[in-house]
Design a protein around this ligand. Structure first.
Ligand code: HEM
Length: 597
């Protein structure tokens, strides 16, 4: 019997002492030690993992009920509850036995409490650290239990490609999202939609607006907005995070609705961002008991304030998306956009999609595309601040290829291998969808290397473990673009996918906005490197401020916490080009600044 299975047997006996378990089995989250002095020395010496000073938050545990069931003393007076109690205990034991049988064949994992699973051991804050720790302990494929629902956590890119790509016919659904999917969006957003006919039809709609030809047609928007971004960085470099957010918001708004975002103070944009951050809180593993016990969804709204709130916000959000889509319908003179294309199709074939589907398709586009790209760009600035020698190498390449009189363009892409490697390394080093984005789910039973993966299993590719797997990337927290130029990979396993990272996910559920995002990353990253020197900012006493490369936000998408960076234009000649190109960009974008009716 394996250690894992012995654990499970032991755990059955622990059901009666579940209360004390909760007190004693608190987990410690670990992450690489924050750098105190120099970052590079910390990296080189691979400092031991240190405790986070923030304790994981635990929710109240309903152990009282289970404990009462198990310790009920026989009563002298026959009680009408005794048969019910007896039956409940029998049912409980039956379920425990079934779970045990099933788990014997499944990949190993941490000790679950029967019926309750491992939820209590998974911290709400930055769960990807704990998931990686389990990968290190149990292997590249680990089972954890959310209530009685199994989740497979993958920590090796080869396993992820074997299952999520090569066997994508079985691995392309989504788990049940009781709160975000069913209560908040009624599963109308592609991201949480289960695999099937409806998903295929919606995916076709996305393909229409995000295929290579469509993406080529968006390039002038991306180029013009990135010219404006360069001027923003020139005028007010300390607010670089906000400028990057405005850039991606504007590109996505132009693509989705044909209207640009001139400032993030636009109340509409504030509302959209507020919706997105609310959605991110609904998707954190362990945040809602109804995810582990979907039966809780049936509690009447009047006694479930959490449910009332989710539904209220869902209705508000649908109204906002419908208003946005309808504004385009009414605006005949609005430039071409994803929404306009869908309305045209709707007019030709009214049955092809509903108004709500149009609203959700374009709403998902903005929601999935703006924050992800902006966060990746912020990670790029963080990398350039902490690893300035890589920026210098990229600038040497740019200076060789680009004449002084202009900034980089799409045509330069094949001649800039080092810059392309910087982009790949950014996506590997700090993937914004740090736990692999929305998890997949299986639609059939399967076996992998003799291990059973039942139908309905949630499957998560933990990018934090996959992109920092030392079998594929040595010194993985060090920013080394040369990995993608074949210079330092010797002795390591070859990464199993063509990109050399999995930042955009896998198989049939791979990010449909990948090409649009890659285009944005190319045009902004090369422009920033061509135009600016990026270095550590200094405090009032002239001492350099070293940002903490592990200081990232919680939530579904993780981005760097605000940090200081010194961004300075490289020469007066470049400053002149930035200003004149920004003017041209503004002229082009004029058509995207129409008044909403
Ligand atoms: C750097 C930027 C981006 C990153 C890192 C990223 C990453 C991801 C990841 C990891 C997934 C989950 C894939 C999976 O389940 O295997 C995903 C899904 C998705 N992404 Fe992106 N994404 C980015 C930009 C975009 C953009 C620009 C758009 C839209 C134009 C977009 C739209 C979507 C949609 C709609 C899905 C859901 C697909 C489905 O469930 O079938 N993303 N993305």
């Amino acid at each position: 019997m394996s250690a894992h299975h012995k654990n499970f047997v032991n755990s059955i006996t622990q059901i009666q002492t579940v209360g004390s378990q909760v007190l004693t089995m608190e987990s410690t989250i670990t992450e690489p030690a924050p750098q105190l002095g120099t970052f590079s020395s910390a990296i080189q010496s691979r400092l031991p993992m240190a405790s986070l000073n923030t304790e994981p938050a635990f929710e109240p545990y309903p152990h009282g009920l289970v404990y009462a069931l198990c310790t009920n003393e026989p009563d002298a007076t026959p009680s009408p509850f005794s048969p019910i109690l007896g039956l409940s205990i029998l049912l409980l034991l039956f379920l425990v036995a079934m779970d045990y049988q099933r788990s014997l064949k499944m990949p190993p994992g941490p000790l679950p409490i029967p019926i309750l699973g491992n939820k209590w051991a998974l911290p709400l804050r930055k769960p990807w650290y704990k998931l990686k720790q389990w990968t290190d302990e149990y292997g590249s494929i680990v089972t954890i239990w959310t209530g009685r629902r199994p989740t497979i956590v993958i920590g090796d890119p080869k396993v992820a490609c074997d299952l999520l790509e090569r066997r994508s016919a079985k691995y392309s659904s989504r788990p049940r999202f009781v709160v975000l999917g069913e209560l908040f969006t009624n599963n109308d957003a592609l991201l949480t939609m289960p695999y099937g006919e409806r998903w295929r039809a919606t995916k076709k709609i996305f393909h229409l607006g995000l295929c290579k030809n469509a993406c080529d047609s968006y390039k002038p928007i991306q180029e013009s907005e990135s010219r404006r971004l360069a001027r923003d960085l020139l005028r007010d470099p300390s607010r670089f995070g906000k400028h990057l957010e405005r850039y991606t918001a504007s590109v996505m708004f132009c693509v989705a609705y044909g209207r640009r975002v001139d400032t993030l103070d636009d109340p509409l944009i504030e509302k959209i961002y507020e919706r997105m951050s609310y959605m991110a809180t609904l998707n954190v593993p362990g945040a809602f008991w109804a995810e582990s016990y979907p039966i809780l969804k049936l509690i009447p709204d009047c006694i479930a304030p959490w449910k009332r709130e989710v539904k209220r916000r869902g209705a508000e959000s649908t109204k906002m998306l419908l208003d946005l889509a309808n504004a385009v319908k009414l605006q005949i003179e609005a430039p071409e956009s994803f929404t306009k294309t869908l309305w045209k199709k709707h007019m030709e074939q009214p049955d092809s999609m509903t108004e709500r589907e149009i609203a959700y398709a374009t709403g998902s586009l903005f929601g999935a595309g703006s924050d992800t790209t902006a966060s990746t760009l912020q990670s790029f600035i963080l990398a350039m601040t902490c690893f300035p020698h890589t920026a210098k190498k990229a600038q040497e390449e740019l200076d060789r290829v680009i004449p002084k009189s202009r900034s980089p363009t799409w045509e330069d892409m094949p001649n800039l291998p080092y810059c392309n490697a910087v982009i790949k390394e950014t996506l590997r080093w700090r993937p914004v969808a740090v736990m692999g984005g929305t998890p997949h789910a299986t639609t059939q039973d399967d076996y992998y290397n003799g291990l059973f993966i039942p139908k309905g299993t949630t499957v998560m590719g933990n990018l934090w473990a996959i992109h920092h797997n030392e079998k594929y990337f040595n010194d993985s927290h060090n920013f080394i673009p040369e990995r993608y130029l074949g210079e330092v990979q010797s002795g390591l396993d070859k990464y199993p996918s063509r990109d050399g990272h999995s930042a955009f996910g896998w198989g049939r559920r791979i990010c449909p906005g990948k090409l649009l995002a890659e285009n944005s990353l190319f045009i902004t990253i090369t422009r920033i490197l061509w135009a600016f020197n990026i270095s550590k900012a200094k405090d009032e006493s002239g001492v350099e401020i070293t940002p903490n490369i592990f200081d990232y936000t919680d939530g579904f998408n993780s981005k760097p916490q605000p940090f200081f960076s010194d961004i300075k234009v490289r020469s007066p000649a470049i400053e002149e080009v930035i200003n004149s190109e920004a003017q041209e960009g503004e002229r082009f974008l004029g058509r995207y600044l129409y008044e909403r009716k």
